[in-house]
Design a protein around this ligand. Structure first.
Ligand code: MN
Ligand code: MN
Length: 284
């Protein structure tokens, strides 16, 4: 039987009806503060995923055994962050309403805010686990409240104190670190403290949103990103952290900040694909 030539992330060809997890791309990078290109992230991940096996030897699981539906990319307005966020929020809300888990592919990190708005309406006691090189806690960036440099600060506006848990953070201005000391649970440099946090979140049975800014990885393995920051974690450290975080009650997640054209070797895209495969398998 012949089918349309529609590209999905490899192994994510469940029907929508049968799916437990729904992928959707937000190819948006209008507020990128340094090197743009994250808008090309979702399409590059789908295309390059064909270099990847669907089977994970780490987890002894296979994407083809699961039920992931890839709904493609949203068509977003590059000139209006608020309009783009509204569209992301509506798509996430629709997926949640159908009893499925939204998994958002960025795009720059601001896209997270749209998904968090929708998830928070369904789960008012939401906690956020955040992997990133950057604190993303600025109150504004050059006057803009909606910027990838402010995305966790905007999330804090919504969830309040003690419900944002940040790991691998190694960059930010002094004010961001002061803010974090009072209002978030910030862990510098690596995933120290994550197993204990995951145990606590699991026992408390609270819903969790996991946001992975891929620049938490060291630029030596992941240079294809807008604001590379030396001193990051390895792929295997991130894999372990994803599996630890997945022990909590994750209700939605995202992977963001791949800018594929900034790494012409393709290594960053291949790495992002593998992170997504392992995340999907850990969440199933
Ligand atoms: Mn970020
Ligand atoms: Mn970052």
């Amino acid at each position: 039987m012949l089918h349309h030539n529609v590209e999905t992330f490899i192994g994510c060809d469940s029907s929508y009806r049968a799916a437990g997890i729904v992928l959707f791309g937000a190819p948006f990078d209008s507020t990128t503060s340094y090197r743009p290109g994250a808008r090309f992230g979702p399409a590059a991940m789908r295309h390059e995923s064909y270099g990847l096996e669907t089977y994970s030897p780490y987890q002894d699981k296979d994407l083809t055994d699961g039920s992931v539906f890839d709904s493609g990319d949203l068509e977003l307005c590059f000139g209006s962050s608020e309009s783009a966020l509204t569209d992301i929020e509506s798509r996430a809300a629709e997926i949640l309403r159908d009893g499925k888990m939204p998994l958002l592919l960025g795009g720059e990190h601001l896209v997270t805010l749209g998904a968090v708005r929708a998830v928070l309406r369904k789960y008012p006691d939401l906690h956020i686990i955040h992997f990133d090189a950057h604190a993303d806690l600025r109150d504004d960036y050059l006057g803009a409240k909606l910027s990838h440099a402010c995305v966790l600060r905007r999330c804090h506006d919504l969830v309040g104190d003690g419900r944002i848990h940040q790991f691998c953070i190694r960059s930010g201005d002094r004010e961001e670190f002061r803010f974090a000391a009072e209002h978030t649970d910030l862990h510098k440099y690596d995933f120290t403290g994550l197993p204990e946090l995951a145990d606590w979140l699991r026992q408390a049975q609270v819903p969790v949103y996991l946001t992975i800014d891929l620049d938490c990885l060291d630029p030596s393995v992941f240079p294809g990103t807008g604001t590379p920051e030396a001193g990051g974690v390895s792929f295997l450290q991130l894999l372990q952290a994803i599996r630890t975080a997945a022990k909590t009650n994750i209700v939605a997640a995202d992977v963001n900040e791949l800018a594929p054209t900034l790494d012409t070797t393709g290594t960053s895209t291949a790495t992002a694909c593998k992170v997504l495969r392992e995340l999907l398998l850990a969440l199933e």
